[in-house]
Every structure is written in C-alpha cells, then in structure tokens.
Design a protein around this ligand. Structure first.
Ligand SMILES: [Zn+2]
Length: 473
C-alpha cells in the first residue's frame, strides 16, 4: 500500500524513473498489476522511451494500453525516417503501415500504364493535379491554378523522373531529353528549417521559395513551417509556393521509410514549376556538414565528388543552376545567420512537439536548440545514447555544441579526447566554397554571407577534419 502511494506521488510530481521503480515491484501482484502497468507505460511515454513501450506491450498485449503501442511505433518510424538509429526491428510494423498508406492514396480518374520506354509520358494532368505514373502506383502534385503540364519543358520532366526513380530504375537515368534554356530567377527548395532559412537569407530578393507539403497524415506537422511561411509572404512580401504532394511514398515500395527518393528530390515541385516561374536555378540549404564533410566528420573535396559533378551537369541540362549557397557554412554558421535575423522565433528544429518550443529531450533539442539558449535536458536518454555511440551522429556539430555550451565536464569519457580539438572556427565560412556558387549569383550570395559570418583563415582547419581517422574510398 505504501509503495502504491509512493508510486503515485512520484508519478504525479514527474519523477518518472522513481515511479517506474515502484511500479516494477508491484507489477507481479494481481491486484496492483493494472495500475502498475499503466504507470510503467505512461512514464516511458512521458520520457519518450518508445522502444521500451513497444517491447513491453508486445508481451503484455494489454488492451487498455494498446493505443500507446501504435503511437510509439509511429514515433519510432519518424525517428528512423530522419536517419536516427532505432534499436528494435520495425520491419513488420513498417510494412503493415506502408500497405495501408499505399492503399489510401488517390488515383487518377483515367488510369494509365507505366511507360518504361518514354519515361516523361508518365506525367499527365487532371485539373490542377499533376500525376506521375511509376511502376507500382501513382503520385501527384497539386499545382497553382494556371499551371499547364503541356508547357513544361521535357528536360524538366526527365530530371524529376530521374530524381524520383533512379535508385531503383536505371531507365530513368538514361533517357535524356533536349536541353532547356535557362530562366531568370533562382528558386529555393525551402523546408522552413535552420539551414534552408539561412540559405533564404543570403539569396537574392527575387528568389522564389517552394515548400514541399507532404499531403498525407503523418507525424510530421506543418504548423511551424506555415507560421514562418506566412510571415515571409505577409511581412517580407516574398513568393512562397506550398505544393501538396505524396511522392515520398515511392520509397515505401522498396521497403524503405517514407521520404525523398534522392536528396535533391525535395525540389521536384520547383523543377516542375521552373517554366511557370521562369527559374534559372534551384537552391538547396545544404551545409558544410553534408558537402565538404562526409557525414559531418571527414573532409573531402566536395567540388570533385562524382555526386556534385553529376548533378550540377544534370541540372544545367535542364536549364537550372545547382545553387548551394551555404555549402561552405556549417550548421553552426547557419544558426548564427538565422540568429541575426528576426526570423529566429519562427524556427524550431524539434520534430517531437508541435507548436511552441521543443521537447527538450531529443537530439535536435540538444544540438539545434541548446546553442540558441533554449532549454533542454542534457541527461535525457536519447541525447546520452547518441553521445555514447562509437561514432556520434553529426559529430563535428555535436562536439561544437558541447564546447560552446560549456558542457565538456558533463560529457561522456569516451569523447573527452575529441573535445580537446579547437572548435572556434566551426561557425566561420570555408572560402573555397565560393567557387561552386554559379557565377550569376555568386557575388550577391558571397556579399550577404560576409555580412553575417567571418571567414576561416588558411590553412583551413576544415581540411584537417577526420574525427575518427577514417579512410574515404
Ligand atoms: Zn526535441
């Protein structure tokens, strides 16, 4: 009885671990079982320990608590889709969820067969909806009112087909259309996060923003993004197109989580709109962590990578410059750019909480919100698990975050040596990145970047980065 009171008291005052310790001692008593189980699951839920919930509820099959099983699986699938490691297998859950999602997608009024020989023939229009037939199903974009697919240059259609299908269908890569003439304005594939907002702030004022709006229900919420977008439209007087689309389902037919087929596929909507909006380039908010650094931890000569060489040429064939305005700026630098603008209150990278503020318990809250002075719990499970990994995700950025927040003494022993590095240069710009900005926009972008950030001094410390002594192929 006393234990029961202690358990309740601990739970109600938010001491979830203590509450769970009491509950675990009561869970074997038939009369206490129901309440104890409920406390265990709810306390794990409040601490965002979803893996434990899935494991326990699969054993218990407790009908009252079952909603927590589905909710936890959804949370874990979102984490996995974001590239975070999940320690339990979600395969079965994932394929069931995917089958349901695939079944619930709309189909066109007049159906078509997949055309393998002429890949661009798979695009067609019904009212304002642009359909794309792929081997297993259809996906779509809902375009602005006066959009007409007949007026879209074939090389734009070919590029979109390749971005969507090339990982699985080689034919999408081989069908090159006649070249398109370059348009006048830059477009920005805008996600409303820190990196793409930093890119927005350094691009010219005639840049047109395109927001990909996932059209089906998921854990990903658009509310925060919409707040920022409305602000840009109403206060900054900017053109922002939000295009609902479900093309992220293509990956689910290949046993992969919902998401973009290839990383540049996030701009499919803007590429389709390129003639309509007279675009001559597409910009992406790719920071140095993904360009000159491989996986945020080893230096590479990005300009010479087959990836950059190929896609620059491929985009240019479709009359589009591939613009990576912040490729020489780290995530820390991007944060610093946003910090100097009045847009900061509209930005929050935490995916766990909708609306105001972050959850304070996730990896994003640690490395994206923490350095901005926002509250987070350094001892939260996810943060500690990631910091204790053999290789820390987004390593340079995470180490910089610990350094700048003065948390070195509380960081795990295993990374103390890495923390002895100098991080003072990490929010500065890597000068050679200027050269990959297409000439038409280079001077403008560079001038803007220089108003926000300092340049790295030669010899550039970025070129020495190899945190775990890895050898790149
Ligand atoms: Zn969070």
């Amino acid at each position: 009885m006393i234990r029961r009171t202690l358990m309740r008291r601990a739970y109600n005052s938010g001491n979830y671990s203590t509450a769970r310790r009491h509950a675990q001692k009561l869970v074997h008593l038939p009369s206490e079982q129901q309440l104890a189980k409920s406390v265990i699951i709810r306390s794990y839920w409040n601490q965002q320990q979803y893996e434990e919930i899935v494991q326990l509820l699969q054993q218990w099959k407790d009908s009252e608590l079952m909603p927590y099983l589905q909710k936890s699986i959804d949370q874990l699938l979102v984490l996995k889709a974001k590239g975070e490691e999940v320690s339990i297998s979600l395969r079965g859950f994932q394929s069931k969820r995917h089958a349901l999602l695939q079944k619930n997608q709309p189909i066109p009024v007049i159906e078509r067969e997949w055309n393998k020989e002429k890949i661009i023939e798979n695009f067609f229009q019904e009212n304002q909806r642009i359909w794309f037939r792929f081997p297993q199903n259809y996906c779509y974009w809902d375009m602005p009112e006066d959009f007409n697919i007949e007026q879209v240059h074939p090389s734009l259609l070919g590029l979109v087909a390749e971005l969507l299908l090339s990982p699985w269908h080689k034919e999408a890569k081989l069908q090159i259309q006649s070249p398109r003439e370059k348009g006048s304005h830059p477009g920005l594939s805008f996600s409303a996060g820190t990196d793409s907002t930093a890119a927005y702030l350094v691009l010219p004022d005639d840049t047109i923003l395109g927001y990909h709006e996932r059209s089906f229900e998921s854990q990903l919420k658009h509310d925060n993004a919409k707040k920022l977008i409305n602000h840009l439209i109403n206060v900054h007087d900017r053109k922002v197109f939000s295009i609902p689309s479900n093309h992220e389902i293509i990956r689910t037919y290949h046993d992969q989580s919902i998401g973009f087929s290839t990383d540049l596929a996030c701009a499919s909507h803007l590429i389709l709109l390129a003639d309509h909006l007279d675009l001559g380039g597409i910009a992406f908010g790719m920071p140095v962590d993904n360009s000159w650094l491989w996986k945020g931890r080893v230096f590479r000569n990005f300009e010479n990578t087959p990836y950059f060489q190929y896609w620059r040429k491929r985009f240019s064939h479709a009359g589009l410059d591939l613009i990576l305005p912040i490729a020489g700026v780290s995530e820390a630098g991007a944060m610093k750019i946003c910090q100097q603008s009045e847009l900061l209150p509209y930005l929050n990278s935490c995916m766990r909480k909708n609306g105001n503020g972050g959850c304070g318990e996730c990896w994003k809250c640690f490395h994206k919100n923490g350095p901005l002075g926002r509250p987070f719990n350094f001892n939260a499970k996810e943060i500690q698990v990631f910091l204790n990994r053999k290789i820390i995700p987004t390593a340079m950025h995470a180490l910089w975050a610990i350094d700048i927040m003065g948390l070195k003494n509380q960081a795990p022993l295993s990374i103390q040596e890495l923390l002895e590095n100098d991080f003072s240069w990490w929010d500065k710009v890597y000068p050679p990145s200027k050269e990959i900005i297409p000439s038409q926009w280079r001077e403008h972008v560079w001038e803007r970047i220089c108003t926000y950030l300092e340049m790295m001094d030669a010899p550039y410390p970025l070129e020495m980065v190899n945190l775990y002594n890895e050898r790149l192929q």
